[in-house]
Design a protein around this ligand. Structure first.
Ligand code: 5RP
Length: 291
C-alpha cells in the first residue's frame, strides 16, 4: 500500500505541453496494441527502422546444414551482431544461452523435408502461441506456399497463428516460399507478399527480385528479404543494399552469413548496410578489412 504520510499533492500537469501524437514507425502497424509494438520495436531498430534477422532454422527441413553442424558453436558468436534470431524452438532451447537479450522469431510450422518430392505439401503447426510465450518470442514465423498445392493448408496455418498471436500481442511473420512450379518473378512476389499481408501478417519475408520497389510499395507491412543460396560475400551485400534502397526494412539472412568465410564479420557488414547507410562497396571493404 502506498503510504499516505508525507503524501505530496500532484500539481504539475504541464498544461502547455501537448501529448505526442506520432505514428508508430513500423510500416502499417500503427493500429497495434502496445505489447505488439514493443515486440516489433525489439525487432526493428527504432533508430534505423530496419532489422538484421539471422535465420538458422534450416534444420527443420534440411537436417544438418553446412555451417550449422554445431548450432551451439556457430550461433552464439553471431548473436551480438544481429537484431533477431530466427529459429525453431528445439534449436533455441538446446543451443542458445537464455541470458542473451536479442529478439526471437520462432518458426511455428513444420513443412515437408528435403526427403519429400513436393516440399510444399504437408505443412502444419509445430508450436502454439503458448509455447511462443514460454520461449519469450517476439514473433512467430509461418511458411506459406502461394501457387502450390500446399497453399490452403499453409494459409490456414498463417491465419490461425495470426489470430492466436494477436490475442497475446505477438506479431506473425509470413514467409514466402517459392514452389518448384512458380517463377521467381515480380508478378509472383507481388501476389504472394500482398496475400500474406492481407491475411494479416505483420511482417513478410520474401526474396529480392526485379522491380522490388513495386513489391515493397504494394505490401502494406514491412518486407524483410531472405538471403537464399550462398553467393560470394560482395554479391550478398549488393543484394542487401539494393533491397534496402528499394524499400525492404531489412534482411532475414541465413547461409550468406553463417556460410561466409568470416560469419561474424559478414553479419556485421550486413548490419552496416541495413542500419548505417553503407553502400554495398563500403560494406564489402569493411568486411575485407575486418576479415
Ligand atoms: C525458407 C526459410 C529458411 O529456412 C531460412 O530462413 C532461409 O535462410 P537463407 O535462405 O538466407 O539461408 O525461410 O523459406
Amino acid at each position: 500500500m502506498a503510504d499516505n504520510e508525507g503524501f505530496k499533492a500532484s500539481k504539475d500537469y504541464h498544461l502547455d505541453v501537448l501529448p505526442k501524437q506520432e505514428g508508430f514507425y513500423v510500416k502499417g502497424l500503427d493500429h497495434c496494441d502496445w505489447g505488439m509494438k514493443n515486440r516489433l520495436s525489439r525487432m526493428f531498430s527504432p533508430r534505423s527502422g530496419n532489422t538484421v534477422m539471422l535465420a538458422f532454422d534450416h534444420g527443420y527441413i534440411m537436417g544438418s546444414t553446412a555451417g550449422l553442424e554445431r548450432l551451439d558453436l556457430a550461433i552464439p558468436p553471431l548473436i551480438e551482431e544481429v537484431d533477431v534470431l530466427m529459429a525453431m524452438r528445439g534449436a533455441l532451447r538446446s543451443c542458445i544461452p537464455p541470458q542473451m537479450d536479442k529478439a526471437v522469431c520462432m518458426r511455428v510450422t513444420y513443412d515437408a523435408s528435403v526427403a519429400k518430392e513436393d516440399m510444399t505439401v504437408g505443412s502444419g503447426l509445430s508450436a502454439d502461441v503458448q509455447n511462443a510465450v514460454m520461449m519469450n518470442a517476439c514473433c512467430m514465423a509461418v511458411q506459406t506456399f502461394i501457387g502450390s498445392e500446399g497453399e490452403s493448408a499453409s494459409l490456414e496455418n498463417l491465419c490461425r497463428t495470426i489470430d492466436a498471436g494477436t490475442r497475446f500481442g505477438i506479431p506473425t511473420l509470413g514467409v514466402v516460399a517459392v514452389g518448384k512450379q512458380m517463377a521467381r518473378d515480380t508478378k509472383f512476389f507481388l501476389l504472394a507478399t500482398r496475400i500474406l499481408a492481407e491475411m494479416g501478417a505483420h511482417v513478410v519475408k520474401s526474396y529480392y527480385c526485379e522491380d522490388f520497389e513495386k513489391v515493397a510499395a504494394a505490401c502494406p507491412v514491412p518486407i524483410v528479404i531472405a538471403g537464399g543460396k550462398k553467393v560470394p560475400e560482395d554479391e550478398a551485400l549488393n543484394m542487401a543494399y539494393r533491397a534496402v534502397s528499394e524499400g525492404a526494412r531489412g534482411v532475414d539472412m541465413g547461409r550468406n552469413i553463417f556460410q561466409a568465410e568470416n560469419p561474424k564479420m559478414m553479419a556485421r557488414a550486413v548490419g552496416k548496410v541495413v542500419h548505417e547507410g553503407f553502400t554495398d562497396r563500403q560494406a564489402y571493404e569493411f568486411y575485407c578489412d575486418m576479415k
